[in-house]
Design a protein around this ligand. Structure first.
Ligand SMILES: [Zn+2]
Ligand SMILES: [Zn+2]
Length: 373
């Protein structure tokens, strides 16, 4: 105990220092002589212990008062009065195990950082037409990809030189800091967590080890693909780190809507306008499909919004050879303007009606009659 330094002297504060001043001084000192920063300096560990002990006593009002009164010779506490009392004891513990206690261990983190790591996935929005989606197509597009620099093979160091171990973190990639009894671990700012520092930077990539290159991808888009579906090009993403596999390229397919057709699973839907006379008399019409027009006979007396199916004129199934149907909905159009002759003809038609022509109307007015009788 005789050669123990005064706690205030250890932290470099006045005897009148406030608790905040003591804490601040402790953090500064602890940072300066952190054993992780001085691995080859045996006295750093001792100095670090000394600082911790001083901090423990001086930030505890009761202990500080006793220390102020009795110094290291507190008669009320035999032997070492302060070491480990109700607090922290370094006895027999290496710094690493102590830090691991506080940080939950760094082994896993270190392994992740240093082991192989898969490259980043990339994403590309590929816009195709409705017909291209229905029938399949081959598409080429350009995209940008970060790749390992060809000049330095991804090391970032000028050819012929190698990165050296970072002096700040001694290759761990992490800086540990003590504040009070807590230890925080942060990424080394000097090497950015890699543990290596490049002294002679590669001029092609500026030391990053990566260059951004324009690449062309050719993809076969299968028939039947729908809007929002993804084609994955394995290994076409960014290269992996430390021998890890490349990422994937996710091609997000965006299908332009069609002017006439709407997709409903593998079926197509089409609204087809006909005149009220076609609906009443029946008619042979040309229905458009994705493969040209087909003839269809609309029967006499077709009601508005009637749907009919044209088998196999839909979309080819993504896996398989079956095709969906084309579902045609009849939209009956009533003329908004008539000439005198047309008006006269329709009046004659109406006068010739017996009322039996209109089933729904007859049924409806029968019910109205019931209502009032
Ligand atoms: Zn390079
Ligand atoms: Zn470092």
């Amino acid at each position: 105990m005789a050669n123990k330094r005064d706690y205030y002297e250890v932290l470099g504060v006045e005897k009148t220092a406030t608790e905040d001043e003591i804490k601040r001084a402790f953090r500064k000192k602890a940072k300066e002589c952190h054993p992780d920063l001085h691995p080859d300096d045996k006295t750093a560990e001792d100095r670090f212990k000394e600082i911790n002990e001083a901090n423990e006593v001086l930030t505890d009002p009761e202990k500080r008062a006793r220390y102020d009164q009795f110094g290291f010779n507190d008669p009320g506490m035999g032997g070492n009065p302060f070491g480990g009392a109700g607090g922290f004891d370094f006895g027999g513990m290496g710094f690493d195990s102590i830090f691991d206690m506080f940080t939950g261990g760094t082994g896993g983190m270190g392994a992740r950082r240093q082991g192989p790591q898969q490259g980043n996935d990339l994403r590309y929005d590929l816009r195709i037409t409705f017909e291209e989606a229905a029938k399949g197509c081959q598409k080429s597009f350009d995209f940008y990809r970060n790749e390992n620099c060809e000049t330095c093979k991804g090391t970032g160091a000028k050819p012929g030189t190698s990165p050296v171990t970072c002096q700040m973190c001694h290759g761990t990639g992490q800086i540990r800091q003590s504040g009070g009894w807590m230890t925080t671990v942060r990424t080394c700012p000097t090497c950015g967590g890699t543990g290596k520092v490049i002294q002679d930077k590669c001029t092609s990539c500026g030391g990053s080890g990566r260059t951004r290159n324009r690449r062309t991808c050719t993809v076969k888009v299968p028939a039947g693909i729908d809007n929002g579906q993804t084609i994955i090009m394995n290994g076409q993403g960014e290269p992996g780190l430390r021998g890890g596999p490349s990422g994937d390229l996710y091609i997000n397919v965006i299908v332009k809507p069609h002017k006439l057709f709407k997709r409903d699973g593998y079926d197509l839907r089409l609204d087809f306008p006909i005149s009220f006379t076609q609906a009443a008399l029946g008619a042979e019409v040309d229905i458009p499909t994705l493969d040209g027009t087909v003839k269809y006979k609309i029967p006499e007396g077709t009601q508005p919004d009637t749907e009919f199916r044209i088998k196999g004129s839909g979309i080819q199934q993504l896996r398989g050879s079956q095709k969906g149907d084309l579902i045609v909905r009849v939209r009956v159009e009533i003329p908004k303007k008539l000439n005198d002759k047309q008006r006269e003809l329709l009046r004659q038609f109406d006068e010739s009606s017996t009322g039996k022509e209109y089933e729904q109307r007859k049924g409806f007015f029968d019910k109205v009659k019931d209502l009032f009788n």
